[in-house]
Design a protein around this ligand. Structure first.
Ligand SMILES: Nc1ncnc2c1ncn2[C@@H]1O[C@H](COP(=O)(O)OP(=O)(O)O)[C@@H](O)[C@H]1O
Ligand SMILES: [Mg+2]
Length: 155
């Protein structure tokens, strides 16, 4: 059978502000049991996206959103429910994955940097956002998943 590629939304993000605006649009559509997977190379803007989304959901534009690259996960109470922000960059493959509380996180809301580390545990219904650097300030985003909501994320 020929491979059918899933519908994708391609967005130009010419500035950090554009990335932050996309993060707020995603946040506005989030509910429990959603997962958002943030891929892209170091410096692509995954953490900047997560910070903007969390600040907007909590309603505090100055909230501290530390990178959970050492703790691996940081959880936030928001009016939408608990959001678990993962940064799996340092995760070693293997049993560590079982100790991350992913079952619970997938019942709440999960926001995951470096989701390639999840392997078999990747949630199938997630919104996947791949951020590609274009220049110092510009990014291109490729969004897949969320078939019923993808269109609402176009600017
Ligand atoms: N359009 C843009 N989108 C996201 N980040 C941008 C953009 N333009 C510049 N930046 C900068 O790029 C850096 C991205 O860093 P960060 O979010 O930590 O990346 P990652 O988590 O993907 O490693 C930040 O310093 C941010 O200000
Ligand atoms: Mg990061």
């Amino acid at each position: 059978m020929p491979e059918v590629s899933p519908p994708a939304l391609l967005l130009d993000l010419p500035t950090l502000a554009a990335t932050e605006a996309l993060a707020r649009r995603v946040g506005a559509l989030l509910h429990r049991e959603d997962a958002v997977l943030l891929s892209g190379p170091l410096g692509a803007g995954k953490s900047a996206f997560a910070r903007a989304l969390l600040r907007d959901l909590v309603g505090d534009p100055a909230m501290d959103v530390p990178s959970p690259s050492f703790t691996l996960v940081q959880s936030y109470d928001t009016p939408r429910g608990v959001v678990h922000h993962y940064d799996l960059w340092r995760l070693e493959p293997g049993p560590d994955l079982r100790e991350l509380g992913l079952d619970e996180a997938f019942r709440d809301i999960a926001l995951i940097e470096w989701p390639d580390r999840l392997g078999d545990l990747t949630p199938p219904d997630a919104l996947a956002i791949d951020l590609m650097p274009v220049s110092e300030e510009a990014r291109r985003a490729r969004l897949t998943g969320w078939p019923d909501r993808l269109e609402a994320l176009a600017a």
